[in-house]
Design a protein around this ligand. Structure first.
Ligand code: COA
Length: 163
C-alpha cells in the first residue's frame, strides 16, 4: 500500500469512496464528498492523501486550515474514509500517521471531529472549552504540537457548512 498525494485522475474514485464509506456512519450527512470537492475547488485542501493499492484508491484523508477561537494555524483532519471492504487492515491508521507527520511541519496542531474511541490512539483528546456548535464536546478533539491548550470554537472552512 502506498500513501501519496491525490492526482487529478483520483478525483472520481475519491468522491465515490468517501460517499460509500460515510454511508456507514449514522451521523453522515451524505455531503462529505461534496465538501471535499468544494475544498478542492477553493484550493483549501492542505492535505489530500490517498491510500493506493494495485492502482486502486482504497483510502482517503483530507486536511484543511482551521482556527480554534482566535488562534489560526491548526490543521483540521477530515473526512477520513476507507473502502468498507478494506476496513481493519491498518489503512486508516497509515493515513492518519502520514497526515500527522506532515501537519507537524506546517501547523501548530491537528484537530478533528470524530469518535474518540478511534482517534484517541493517535493522541487526540478533548479539551475544556474546545467546541463545535451542535456537537457533543467529547467528539471535538485536538492534538497540539506544543504545550498550548486549545480553547474555543474549532472553526472549519465554510465548505463544511457549519456556520
Ligand atoms: C474509521 C475508519 C476510517 C477506520 O479505518 P480502518 O482502515 O478500518 O482503520 P484501521 O484498520 O487503521 O484501524 C482499525 C482499528 O480501529 C478500530 N476502529 C475502527 N473504527 C472505529 C470506531 N469508530 N471506534 C473505535 N474503534 C474503531 C477497529 O476496531 C480497529 O481496532 P484494532 O486494530 O484494535 O482491531 C473506517 O472504518 C471508515 O472509513 N469508516 C467509515 C467512515 C468514518 O467513520 N470515518 C471517520 C469519520 S470521523
Amino acid at each position: 500500500m502506498l500513501i501519496r498525494n491525490e492526482t487529478t485522475a483520483d478525483i472520481p474514485a475519491i468522491s465515490r469512496l468517501v460517499t460509500e464509506a460515510m454511508l456507514l456512519l449514522p451521523q453522515s450527512t451524505g455531503t462529505e464528498a461534496r465538501i471535499v470537492e468544494m475544498l478542492r475547488a477553493e484550493h483549501a485542501l492542505a492535505l489530500s492523501l490517498v491510500a493506493e493499492e494495485q492502482g486502486e484508491v482504497i483510502g482517503y484523508l483530507a486536511a484543511s486550515a482551521a482556527w480554534i477561537g482566535t488562534q489560526g494555524g491548526w490543521g483540521l483532519i477530515g473526512p477520513l474514509a476507507v473502502l468498507p471492504s478494506r476496513h481493519r487492515q491498518g489503512i486508516g491508521t497509515a493515513l492518519m500517521a502520514e497526515a500527522v507527520r506532515r501537519l507537524r511541519t506546517t501547523s501548530r496542531g491537528a484537530a478533528l471531529v470524530g469518535d474518540p474511541a478511534y482517534y484517541g490512539r493517535f493522541g487526540f483528546r478533548s479539551f475544556p472549552g474546545l467546541s463545535v456548535a451542535g456537537c457533543p464536546p467529547e467528539v471535538v478533539q485536538a492534538l497540539p504540537f506544543d504545550d498550548i491548550e486549545p480553547r474555543g470554537e474549532l472553526l472549519h472552512h465554510p465548505a463544511f457548512g457549519l456556520e
